[in-house]
Design a binder for this molecule. Structure first.
Ligand code: MN
Length: 282
């Protein structure tokens, strides 16, 4: 079982000093990997990041949302170019996973329901991107997020339907307890429904603060993960620092964490304890 954390637990950008802080923080917390937001692939230095990760002996996964100028379903050609550039950076850093809202642009809400054509457009792009990812030894994740952040994929069922449309063996579902708390009827059933197609989970509290301090049903979450014999990544996602684009899209304007040091210490201890109690960490 791999345990990781999103870089926003430490920093809101990937300038060299921020990157060092996040990598050092994740390593000091004993994590297996750091999830790096790849919002500007053209500004990202894979070589430097690869060296930092190797110096600290930890791995990395990558996540992103499409920028407005490369949004799906509106701009399929630009989106594909953007995702292919992102894959190059993921590969150059030596990582094997790119996930998140790869199917849309956070906060872009057209005020209408999604159509068949929207999903076909998205799937056609992601089918080619998944093939390119496969050539680079990378797996592609789809993260459903709540209705206030996207109109395309809000639930596990919609995420699985999109995976069916893409039809790529190297794609997987990425759930997030924060979004599940808003959109799903329960925490356990969607995880069971996803089964072995679930490859990644953001363990995020109902207000994005320290796990254990909100209303997420952690016992049911971990029981369901144990029931499906979950082998994927467990990822602490809380927002201490945010990239301005993500702050705007997620409306994170309040400090929901307090002391960042206690977030990492108490949050990870809490998640470990819950995972162990459910029999997930064998
Ligand atoms: Mn998430």
């Amino acid at each position: 079982m791999e345990f990781g954390a999103h870089a926003f637990v430490w920093v809101g950008d990937w300038a060299p000093a921020s990157a060092r802080k996040a990598v050092a923080g994740a390593a000091a917390a004993g994590l297996d990997f750091l999830e790096i937001p790849l919002l500007r692939p053209e500004e990202f230095s894979a070589e430097e990041t690869r060296r930092m990760l190797s110096d600290h002996g930890i791995g990395a996964t990558f996540s992103l949302g499409l920028p407005a100028e490369a949004a799906l379903p509106e701009r399929p050609r630009e989106a594909e170019d953007f995702l292919l550039r992102a894959l190059d950076q993921v590969a150059a850093t030596g990582s094997d996973r790119l996930t998140g809202v790869v199917y849309g642009s956070l906060g872009l809400l057209p005020g209408r329901p999604p159509t068949e054509t929207d999903y076909e457009t998205v799937a056609a792009v992601l089918r080619r991107v998944a093939a390119a990812a496969g050539d680079r030894g990378i797996r592609l994740g789809i993260e459903p997020v709540n209705r206030y952040e996207t109109f395309l994929v809000n639930t596990t069922a919609q995420g699985l339907a999109l995976l069916d449309r893409i039809g790529a063996a190297n794609s997987f579902l990425h759930l997030d307890t924060y979004h599940m708390n808003i959109e799903e009827e329960s925490f356990g059933q969607p995880i069971r429904e996803a089964g072995d197609r679930l490859g990644y989970i953001h363990l995020s509290e109902s207000h994005r603060g320290t796990p254990g301090s909100g209303t997420v049903d952690w016992d049911n979450t971990f029981r369901a993960l144990a029931a499906i014999d979950y082998q994927g990544a467990l990822v602490l996602e809380s927002f201490v620092a945010l990239h301005p684009d993500i702050a705007r899209a997620t409306c994170m304007w309040r400090d929901v964490v307090g002391n960042p040091a206690t977030l990492v210490r108490d949050g990870l201890a809490f998640l470990h304890e819950k995972a162990a109690a459910a029999g997930l960490l064998r």
